[in-house]
Ligand binder design. Structure first.
Ligand code: DQA
Length: 237
């Protein structure tokens, strides 16, 4: 089963480098990934969209870099109309190599079988929540967080569109509270870059940038720059 589970990496300042394309994944050397992030995210839904049927050889050259696997559902930014069964099949394929797995809060009930397997194998997982249109009311974030915690997630992660300074402050306030579960937050859209630094400084345990040339969310920093900025701001590892 999994070679390395990265609960150690679930700590403030961790930088996740996300591959936005199959080409970026194929062309990224292990040393380049190491210089840019602490954990690399492989978006299996994006590989499928680009005509690749993922196999473990697609990421074998990164051996040793902790890997986070995601098969995103379409209504939360996924690239294809992959149903829950297909997403679980993709994630199961990656299980021997996972450090962490991402499953949306909205998918908890339909992906229960996989969650049971993760629990048995003690594989930590991130319960994610995305809103590409707005920063939802704080109550909605809390509600999603409670579902994540009740389902046994190691991290609750929220990514939402931020458009004004008040959004940044509210997201950072949410991040700063002690919720009894590790939390990762990040903005998307026009103020995403500022929000990502502020959320990191407020204790976000997973801070996403992109590896290669294609962001996987609007407003992401290149991972290496984000790592440098977080480190320069004193909130890195
Ligand atoms: O959920 C997340 C976070 C993200 O949406 C971001 O905003 O950086 C990028 C996605 O690839 C990842 O799965």
């Amino acid at each position: 089963m999994p070679i390395f589970h990265s609960t150690d990496l679930i700590s403030p300042g961790t930088v996740v480098g996300s591959f936005g394309s199959a080409k970026a994944l194929a062309n990224c050397s292990k040393s380049n990934a190491e210089a840019s992030c602490d954990l690399a995210e492989i978006r299996l839904d994006l590989l499928i969209q680009q005509g690749i049927r993922p196999t473990r050889t697609d990421w074998a050259h990164l051996g040793g870099i902790p890997l986070l696997f995601t098969a995103r559902r379409e209504d939360e930014g996924g690239a294809n109309q992959l149903n829950a069964a297909s997403r679980m099949e993709l994630l199961r394929l990656a299980l021997p190599d996972v450090a962490l797995i991402d499953i949306e809060v909205a998918s908890i009930s339909e992906m229960k079988d996989l969650l049971d397997e993760l629990r048995k194998e003690a594989v930590p997982w991130v319960a994610s929540y995305h809103d590409f249109t707005q920063l939802p009311p704080t109550e909605a974030l809390k509600d999603a967080l409670e579902k994540a915690a009740a389902a046994g997630a190691a991290v609750f992660k929220a990514a939402a569109r931020v458009t004004c300074p008040a959004d940044l402050a509210r997201l950072a306030d949410f991040q700063s509270e002690n919720h009894g579960i590790a939390v990762a937050t990040m903005g998307m859209g026009p103020l995403a870059p500022s929000s990502r630094l502020l959320c990191a400084q407020s204790g976000s345990v997973l801070n996403y940038g992109y590896l290669g040339d294609a962001p996987t969310a609007p407003g992401q920093w290149p991972a290496q720059l984000l790592k440098q900025a977080i480190s320069a701001s004193g909130s890195g590892h």
